[in-house]
Design a protein around this ligand. Structure first.
Ligand code: PLP
Length: 436
């Protein structure tokens, strides 16, 4: 369609990789205007954990709209908001023994991150927040400072301040616990890093290339925070809401963050919604200090409650995600073994997985080939080198297999082709010597 070239900004990104006009969607399927069907392994970058137009949520949303339910409510108390809070408290927080207050922020992830950083700074009276290599926390100025990616940072047009960057788990190679470095610089009054307010971290880095922090590393990180009096913020915007198997991505690690951010799949239906969870003692806000016109997206309250009621009232959904995650792990490990030429690696946890193809051009060639076979799948990482598997958690076993089969075939074709081109042979050789 000409109109997109004519007047839509160059800032478009996903639209470039998938140049179709999309029109309908259901479950794990997307359809373009010509009626072509695509399997969706992008799923709104982790916003559609429960699939497109989930019929259970749709019915409740339609009923709410039909009854003239409140659409926009600023931060007014509404029945829909109360019902969401009840469900969240009874089915998510209480069963996990979690004592947190809920702050409704503007409806984007980055706004929840801004609020979380403000809380940490204002409560501790310290400015700096420790963030990690390859971290992604959003693109508004405060959150962008915490984000590692140079492409995003370069667009700031202003100084990005108030953070200290530390190496994420695995950044310095296997067997090096990077929390020891954090502990060391916080213990040394001449390290140049004095008393930050908090540490902010993703348990699995989504945009950063599916880098997984081990449970042990997360526990060590919490211990360092406790030792030095830093607050621990878990940015669970992409890894949370069931993506790794449990509702929160840090549950299995047994840690207890001071502050948690949630967004993306929180609304359930792809509707904008974000919250900050904080330990009660941290709630030192004065009325309206952090506000936002769209803190009261009541449609999202309705679908978020529906998601909790339908999928999180017992362990069945969580178990099914873990089972599917195991299947994905096995398949990706086998694919890497078979076609990866010793360079590719599989990584991830639960239904949050990827194949690191080391080279962004190769990863891009794989996703483009998969697209030709009817699969929408994206890359992430500093050089877009990781093929990122992010399909709806509700996907059928059959379609999960089908999507992975398509990627496998694409890898087979791309790698067979690449090895016949001299420069690409060089690339493989180079990488082998790096990893040797
Ligand atoms: C997507 C994401 C954000 C930013 O959310 P937006 O809604 O795009 O502002 C922040 N943190 C993480 C971990 C994310 O994946």
């Amino acid at each position: 369609m000409k109109i997109f070239d004519e007047i839509e900004s160059e800032v478009q990104s996903y639209a470039r990789a998938f140049p179709r006009v999309f029109h309908k969607a259901q479950g794990e399927y997307l359809y373009d205007a010509e009626g072509n069907q695509f399997l969706d392994f992008l799923a709104g970058a982790g916003t559609l954990n429960y699939g497109h137009n989930n019929p259970v949520f749709k019915e409740q949303l339609l009923e709410y709209i039909n009854n003239d339910g409140i659409t926009h409510g600023l931060d007014l108390h509404t029945k829909a908001k109360g019902a969401f809070l009840e469900a969240f408290n009874e089915k998510i927080l209480k069963p996990r023994g979690m004592d947190y207050l809920v702050q409704f922020t503007g409806p984007t992830g980055t706004n929840a991150v801004e609020a979380a950083m403000k809380i940490a700074r204002n409560v501790t009276g310290q400015q700096n927040i420790v963030t990690f290599t390859n971290g992604f926390h959003g693109v508004s100025l405060g959150a962008l400072a915490a984000t590692g990616n140079a492409h995003h940072r370069d667009a700031a047009g202003a100084a990005l301040t108030g953070v200290h960057r530390m190496p994420y788990d695995g950044y310095l190679g296997d067997g090096i616990d990077t929390t020891a470095y954090l502990d060391k610089v916080l213990s040394d009054s001449s390290s140049g890093i004095n008393s930050p307010a908090a540490v902010m971290v993703e348990t699995v880095q989504g945009e950063g290339g599916i880098n997984v922090a081990s449970f042990e590393w997360l526990r060590n990180l919490q211990a360092v925070c406790k030792k030095h009096g830093l607050l621990l913020i878990i940015d669970d915007i992409q890894a949370g809401c069931g993506r790794t198997g449990n509702y929160f991505s840090f549950e299995e690690a047994g840690i207890e963050p001071d502050i948690i951010t949630l967004s993306k799949s929180l609304g359930g239906y792809g509707l904008p919604f974000a919250v900050v969870l904080m330990k009660p003692a941290l709630d030192q806000w004065k009325p309206g200090e952090h506000n936002g016109t769209f803190r009261g997206n009541n449609f999202a309250f309705v679908t978020a409650k529906a998601a909790i009621d339908h999928y999180w009232s017992d362990d069945a959904f969580s178990e099914s995600v873990k089972n599917k995650g195991q299947y994905v792990s096995q398949r990706l490990a086998a694919i890497v073994e078979r076609y990866g030429e010793g360079n590719f690696t599989a990584r991830g946890r639960g239904m949050f997985q990827g194949i690191n193809c080391v080279n962004g051009e190769i990863a891009g060639a794989i996703t483009q080939r998969a697209f030709k076979s009817g699969l929408i799948i994206e890359t992430s990482g500093a050089d877009d080198q990781v093929v990122k598997f992010l399909c709806p958690l509700t996907i059928s076993d059959e379609n999960l297999k089908k999507g992975i089969d398509i990627v496998e075939q694409a890898i087979k074709e791309v790698c067979a082709k690449e090895t016949s081109i001299p420069e690409e042979v060089d690339y493989f050789d180079e990488s082998q010597s790096v990893s040797a």
